[in-house]
Design a protein around this ligand. Structure first.
Ligand code: F6R
Length: 253
């Protein structure tokens, strides 16, 4: 794991966008996350598109996950969120932005179809990830198999409570989601995980310095050979070896 610590979420957004840019220029398959964390990165990518002519026309994209049991056009569906946050503001073909269905009658079939679409696209070249305060990646909640594939999952109370801020009340947060599995995510060629804010500090510590465990699904990234972790100071505050990570980072800068 390569670990980079920056002062602010905006600095991290610029850093992440600079890492993603060469992939975009090659017409890569992008793995996209939703939630609050990637917003500064998406803002930076939109700026590159508008001000520097970075074109996404040859890219395609796969979302990590989607709430299950809400309308696709609900403003908090991830289908809507990614359009609002990124894809409506760049020149990617809307048909090339793939997401899991929020209402598939047969979730198993939906999951299998999604996996084969990803395979047909040649797999994800660069996957952007956030992390849940409980250590989840995508919606792989604690105790998810480290080799899990795309599937329907029950959300944990912590995730429902954390995501209530996007809805009028906690009761409106869907209780289930479709998510790429941990095994699916680990097949991405490169992974970029961003964590910002003190609420993520414990999960970040477990991901980087804790044991490989399904209790912290993000610890599965220890098994991947090309992972960059981008943190702000608050998210890095629980790390035991923080000075070492900063030294290595400064050495290569
Ligand atoms: C969203 C996703 C989730 C979020 C995580 C953090 O597509 O995959 O794992 O990355 O819940 O959410 P935020 O960024 O809102 O703190």
């Amino acid at each position: 794991m390569e670990i980079f610590i920056r002062r602010t979420a905006n600095e991290i957004g610029d850093f992440a966008a600079n890492m993603i840019e060469p992939f975009v220029k090659q017409g890569a398959t992008l793995g996209l996350a939703t939630g609050s964390t990637p917003s500064p990165t998406y803002q930076a990518l939109i700026r590159k598109h508008r001000e520097e002519g970075l074109s996404f026309a040859d890219c395609d994209a796969f979302l990590l996950d989607e709430y299950y049991g809400i309308d696709q056009h609900h403003e908090q569906s991830y289908w809507s969120t990614i359009r609002r946050e990124l894809t409506a503001s760049i020149d990617i073909d809307d048909a090339a932005v793939h997401s899991l269905s929020s209402s598939a009658a047969d979730p198993e079939q939906e999951a299998a179809t999604y996996e084969s679409m990803m395979k047909d696209a040649g797999g994800v070249d660069i996957q952007l990830l956030g992390i849940g305060a409980n250590g989840h990646i995508a919606f792989n909640e604690p105790t998810s198999s480290l080799s899990s594939r795309t599937r329907l999952i029950d959300l944990r109370p912590r995730t429902i409570a954390d995501n209530a801020r996007f809805f009028d009340s906690e009761d409106e947060v869907p209780r289930q989601a479709m998510t790429q599995g941990i095994g699916t995510i680990l097949e991405a060629k490169k992974i970029l995980l961003i964590a910002t804010g003190a609420a993520k500090a414990e999960a970040v510590q477990a991901m980087i310095e804790g044991p490989l465990s399904s209790f912290c699904p993000a610890s599965s990234l220890q098994m991947h050979n090309d992972v960059c972790i981008l943190l702000d100071e608050a998210a890095a505050s629980g790390l035991g070896d923080v000075e070492f990570y900063k030294e290595i980072d400064a050495y290569w800068r």
